[in-house]
Design a protein around this ligand. Structure first.
Ligand code: ADP
Length: 402
């Protein structure tokens, strides 16, 4: 260590550069190697607290210029016990004599020790950096300064990694819960169909057998039961379809022009009845799930024809625009429009803005659309003003592996 100023500069340069592009372990490993070489210390350990029982684990462990397998060890009766959550400690010589119960010191033939605690941004102890050598330390104050410089950077790195790991664990838990919820929705809606079928057929039998024997009130009650059972069947079927999205079919190249032709053919009767004018611009070929994409277009077109004043003929424009990472589709209508405050709500399952007597429906269509757009790595939203028509947008990724 002949040029102390150069060492400080090198250290600052090291911690400023490393860790941006490389992965977690190589930052710690290369830092430990750097410290070992430049401070001439045989052992460098960067440790994080592994549990509340007073154990630590190494994130990196350099022994005579070699990165060793990580270990964990108890702090009790070691010099590190005086460092973690406390303060910088220096034992320039005779460290084994001071800590006779520390076997690791004996194995390392350690003579000297210097350790600095690591704190997170909330002031909680998260670990330490410990340097040991088989010779006494003669330049303790220089080593202290270098350790003080690197400790802050290492602590931030550990804290960031801890957050990252917590986030990954949370994401995994969320994914699992989502899967369970989907499974539950599927099973519940599937199993509900059976008693519903029985209910409607018994109701039908009852109506046939007791025809003419019921008074007007009895017939009205039966009619209500029938209507409710039918509606329940629609809801349950909708829920079942919702839970099936993305489960069947392959990811393939799809010509959206072709899909639209099929959709228009399927709903041609309704287009005719509503006297609807649908203009479709040239659409792209995308990678996606055919049945789902078809359903997405169909839902949006059917809604555009449905949510309109009775004496207005629907005019619907469908187009697509290529963006950097995705395709942006738009479906513009001249319907009743949507209030600003309801723009998010409408994509929630079973949410409807209108009375069933005015506009028939289950409130599942747009939540299907949302799920389908997300299945294609995209999103869906609406731009609209009440009474001024709506434009629904959805995106389909071009890059993501679905
Ligand atoms: P449903 O069509 O069965 O009611 P959706 O999930 O498709 O269910 O739509 C949810 C609600 O969003 C509708 O009830 C309606 O209030 C509103 N909505 C959907 N599409 C349009 C549209 N093109 N114009 C105006 N309102 C719409």
């Amino acid at each position: 260590m002949n040029d102390y100023k150069k060492l400080v500069d090198d250290t600052l340069f090291f911690i400023a550069q490393k860790g941006w592009t490389i992965n977690e372990s190589s930052f710690y490993d290369s830092l430990a190697m750097f410290l070992s070489e430049n401070l001439e210390m045989a052992y460098v350990l960067i440790d994080r607290i592994s549990d509340k029982e007073g154990n630590v684990e190494t994130i990196t462990f350099v022994d005579s210029g070699v990165v060793k397998t990580n270990i964990s060890y108890p702090l009790l009766n070691t010099p590190c016990e005086n460092v973690v959550g406390k303060s910088l400690c220096v034992y320039t010589s005779n460290v084994q004599m001071l800590f006779p119960e520390d076997d690791m010191l004996a194995q390392m033939k350690a003579e000297s020790y210097i350790g600095i605690p690591l704190w997170d941004s909330k002031g909680q102890a998260i670990g330490l950096i410990a340097l040991l050598d088989t010779k006494p330390i003669t330049n303790a104050s220089e080593i202290e300064t270098i350790l003080q410089i690197v400790a802050v950077r290492v602590a931030h790195e550990i804290e960031r990694n801890n957050f990252e790991q917590a986030l990954i664990a949370k994401n995994k838990a969320l994914e699992r819960q989502n899967k369970e919820l989907e499974q539950f929705t599927y099973i519940a809606s599937h199993d509900l169909q059976e008693p519903l079928r029985t209910l409607t057929s018994i109701n039908q039998l009852f109506q046939d057998e007791y025809k003419g024997r019921l008074d007007e009130r009895g017939n009205t009650y039966l009619k209500f039961i029938n209507e409710s059972a039918n509606r329940m069947q629609k809801l349950v079927k909708g829920l079942l379809d919702y839970s099936k999205i993305g489960k069947l079919g392959d990811l393939i190249e799809i010509d959206c022009n072709e899909v639209l032709r099929e959709v228009l053919l399927d709903i041609s009767l309704s287009i005719k009845e509503n006297n609807a004018k649908i203009i479709i611009e040239d659409l792209p070929i995308v990678k996606g799930y055919r049945t789902e994409l078809r359903q997405l277009f169909q839902n949006l077109i059917v809604n555009a024809m449905k949510f309109i004043d009775k004496d207005t003929a629907p005019e619907i424009d469908i187009s697509a625009k290529e963006l950097d990472q995705e395709w942006l589709f738009s479906i513009k209508d001249n319907g009743i429009g949507i209030d600003q405050k309801d723009k998010e709500k409408i994509f929630v399952i079973f949410k409807r803005l209108h009375n069933r007597n005015n506009y028939e429906g289950t409130g599942i269509g747009l939540s299907n659309c949302k799920k389908i757009a997300e299945l294609h790595g995209g999103n869906i939203w609406v731009n609209s003003k009440l009474f001024e028509g709506s434009t629904f947008y959805f995106t389909i990724t071009k890059t993501k592996n679905l």
